[in-house]
Design a protein. Structure first.
Ligand SMILES: Cc1cc2nc3c(=O)[nH]c(=O)nc-3n(C[C@H](O)[C@H](O)[C@H](O)COP(=O)(O)OP(=O)(O)OC[C@H]3O[C@@H](n4cnc5c(N)ncnc54)[C@H](O)[C@@H]3O)c2cc1C
Length: 355
């Protein structure tokens, strides 16, 4: 429900239609329902790194990547339409299940920060511990996306915009007197009136390119989706399971779709087909089964899934939403120094930028 506050109505230009840009639209309307929100997105669809699509090969709607949301991620949960939690993480190792997450600290750091545990910046680890502490079961509960990122997050948020301009790629800008006065897109030039506001919700790479920002390093994430002939079961009937000894880090079940996630996956040497076969064998082995024929699958690899979350790259992140332009604020997962690059950070960054 929209909590509406009053104030002078303004026009906001949001650049980037990922979760940060879309969440910003909601927070802008909460400030004043009469504010006008125009959103510009380079792609032909909304969502950025978080969306669902119909995969014709699998004949199912899947997400671009299985997104894990913790009970502690209040910002995401508040925006989602009744998220369904599937319990706490269990770790499958040496043929048995272990629920003691503290034994898997390095593995958890890799999963959360998409960066090798020994490289993760200590300030990021501190922030994570602070957010989760006390380690109450509710904070550690896990909800994962099931082909519903668009229906539960993207579509509801897109309704807070007045105008969405898809396939509008920002190419350049003009600034006068510390303010941006013109945004140049591939399709049009948009003059910015003196009282208008801009929220720049671009990903780190595009922001750096257009606004001469810091040059980040990035880490990859790979996801593989299999369509099985009957719904698969995991040990102890778990809906999802961590497999720290395997190639895939996590396995998730969503009816007849089995999804595998591999963090920091750039070092993988296998091509898509070989990788899909290897992980399928691992999945079957979880139940002590021999490899059966390979079902239909889809491999999704994101080379720039998140910035590398080590000390060097964390230091390059901004300390606030401010930019050198008085009428432009920053949002996006990478803009929240010390936060893991995730949906929660994207939403919190949007809240900060609008505030
Ligand atoms: C494979 C993968 C797995 C992930 N797993 C998880 C997970 O389990 N849990 C979790 O919480 N998070 C996860 N994340 C991270 C999460 O998806 C991101 O943190 C979040 O989506 C970032 O949102 P954003 O709006 O900050 O950035 P983006 O989604 O990158 O949005 C930026 C937008 O700007 C647009 N844009 C770029 N250039 C221009 C331009 N020139 N003009 C106009 N528009 C432009 C882009 O097209 C994009 O839509 C994962 C990400 C990936 C890729």
């Amino acid at each position: 429900m929209l909590r509406v506050m009053s104030g002078k109505a303004l026009t906001y230009h949001i650049i980037g239609g990922g979760i940060a840009g879309l969440a910003a639209a909601k927070f802008i309307k909460e400030k004043n329902i009469k504010n006008k929100v125009v959103l510009y997105e380079a792609a032909a669809k909304l969502g950025g790194r978080c969306f669902s699509f119909f995969d014709a090969g699998l004949d199912r709607t899947i997400d671009n990547a299985t997104h894990v949301i913790l009970g502690a991620n209040k910002g995401v949960i508040n925006l989602m339409n009744r998220p369904e939690f599937s319990g706490k993480a269990k770790f499958f190792e040496n043929g048995t299940i272990n629920g003691k997450f503290w034994n898997y600290k390095d593995f958890i750091l890799l999963s959360v920060f998409n960066t090798k545990a020994d490289e993760v910046a200590p300030s990021l680890i501190k922030k994570l511990a602070f957010k989760l502490f006390p380690f109450l079961p509710n904070r550690l509960k896990i909800c994962y996306s099931k082909g519903d990122l668009t229906s539960k997050l993207i579509e509801p948020l897109s309704r807070y915009t007045d105008e969405i301009k898809l396939s509008h790629k920002l190419l350049d800008f003009t600034a006068e007197n510390d303010k941006i006065s013109l945004l140049t897109f591939n399709k049009s030039k948009v003059p910015i009136a003196p009282q208008d506001k801009i929220i720049c919700a671009l990903d780190a790479a595009n922001y750096s390119r257009i606004f001469s920002g810091p040059k980040f390093e990035f880490n990859e994430i790979a996801n593989i989706f299999y369509r099985t002939s009957t719904p698969l079961t995991l040990p102890e009937d778990s809906k999802f399971i961590a497999t720290p000894q395997n190639t895939a880090d996590w396995i998730f079940i969503n009816d007849d779709i089995v999804a595998a996630t591999i963090s920091n996956s750039a070092a993988l040497t296998e091509g898509d087909d070989e990788l899909a076969r290897k992980i399928w064998i691992e999945i079957r082995a979880l139940n002590g089964l021999k490899p059966a024929f390979l079902p239909s699958y889809r491999v999704m690899r994101y080379k720039q899934a998140t910035i590398k979350q080590d000390g060097k790259n964390n230091r390059l992140r901004p300390c606030s939403a401010n930019t050198k332009f008085k009428n432009m604020k920053l949002a996006g997962d990478w803009t929240m120094k010390n936060w893991p690059c995730c949906l929660e950070a994207a939403i919190q960054s949007a809240k900060r930028a609008v505030k």
